[in-house]
Design a protein around this ligand. Structure first.
Ligand code: PHE
Ligand code: CO
Length: 295
């Protein structure tokens, strides 16, 4: 078998250009170097230390149950045995970002794409695209949770549908993914905890999202979230808080077609705005916010 490619973005005179790839590959586990296993181990230890008491307890429990540790980069085949027994999900290896429709179709069939390659030692704190650490450490554990597992599949099916509706529907649905699967917070007792993978795989945002007074923390509201713009290059200005995964799954159960029609008639909401109807856990001070750059 050919060695899979490491597909990263390219910087051109027009700025950052993401590259897409559709191949499904076998994880080339024997090709990982000692340094790559160390990068995994160091990131794993660093995040686990931070996340006890900050991550959703369902996430931490699932990460232990699935058998991830700092010893070495996990083998997808081992993880797949645990997932098959728990919720029937399967990891598939990919070389980088997938085109939207391919991504949705995998999710709709309970296949979660995981980038096979890991960041370089000089990228411990930030890189522009998902790597193995983000995908495997951040996203995969919650696929062990039955309700979250069903949400992810339903999201994929919804994505296939939205793709047929058109680009505006896709923008709405992508905002939902962003503010839940990537940057979501969840209530636990009277505390807030992290369940979004974009936060779970980031040292600085794991602290910022819970402890900084700069960002808004607002109760989840489906239509509100699907109207809210977001940041891809800085900490989020707003985090949305769910009560539990049932709330998320129930809110997204209805047919979205009428929702997309309704949303098309409404303006988008800037990333940092607080609205009259919001259930506010924290009204952000806005400290350090950039004035442009919402997506
Ligand atoms: N119920 C949504 C639809 O009909 C699909 C969906 C499920 C979207 C879960 C997001 C999350 O389009
Ligand atoms: Co992600």
């Amino acid at each position: 078998m050919n060695q899979p490619q490491r597909v990263e973005h390219r910087m051109t005179d027009k700025g950052y250009v993401p590259l897409y790839t559709t191949a499904v590959i076998e994880q080339p586990w024997d090709s990982y170097s000692a340094v790559e296993h160390q990068v995994w181990g160091e990131l794993f230890r660093r995040q686990r230390r931070l996340l006890v008491g900050r991550a959703a307890s369902a996430f931490l429990r699932a990460q232990d149950a699935i058998g991830m540790s700092d010893v070495e980069i996990p083998r997808f085949a081992d993880i797949n045995r645990k997932l098959a027994a728990a919720t029937g999900w399967t990891l598939i290896g990919v070389e980088g970002l997938l085109p939207e429709l391919d991504f949705f179709e995998h999710l709709a069939n309970r296949r979660f794409p995981v980038t096979w390659w890991i960041r370089r030692p000089e990228q411990m704190d930030y890189l522009a695209e998902p790597d193995l650490f983000h995908d495997l450490f951040g996203h995969v554990p919650l696929l062990m949770d039955p309700v979250f597992a069903d949400y992810m599949q339903a999201y994929g099916a919804g994505g296939v549908k939205a793709h047929a509706v058109g680009p505006e529907a896709l923008v709405n649905l992508t905002r939902l993914y962003w503010y839940t699967v990537e940057f979501g917070l969840i209530r636990e007792g009277d505390e807030l905890r992290i369940y979004g993978a974009g936060i779970l795989s980031s040292k600085s945002e794991s602290i910022h999202c819970l402890e900084s007074s700069a960002p808004n923390r607002i109760g989840f509201d489906l239509m509100r979230v699907m109207r809210t713009r977001y940041r891809i290059d800085t900490f989020q200005k707003t985090y949305f808080v769910i009560d539990d995964f049932e709330q998320l799954f129930d809110a997204t159960r209805p047919d979205f077609l009428p929702y997309y029609a309704e949303l098309a008639a409404q303006p988008s909401i800037p990333a940092g705005d607080v609205l009259a109807g919001d259930r506010v856990f924290n009204r952000g001070t806005g400290e350090g916010w950039a004035s442009d750059g919402d997506v």
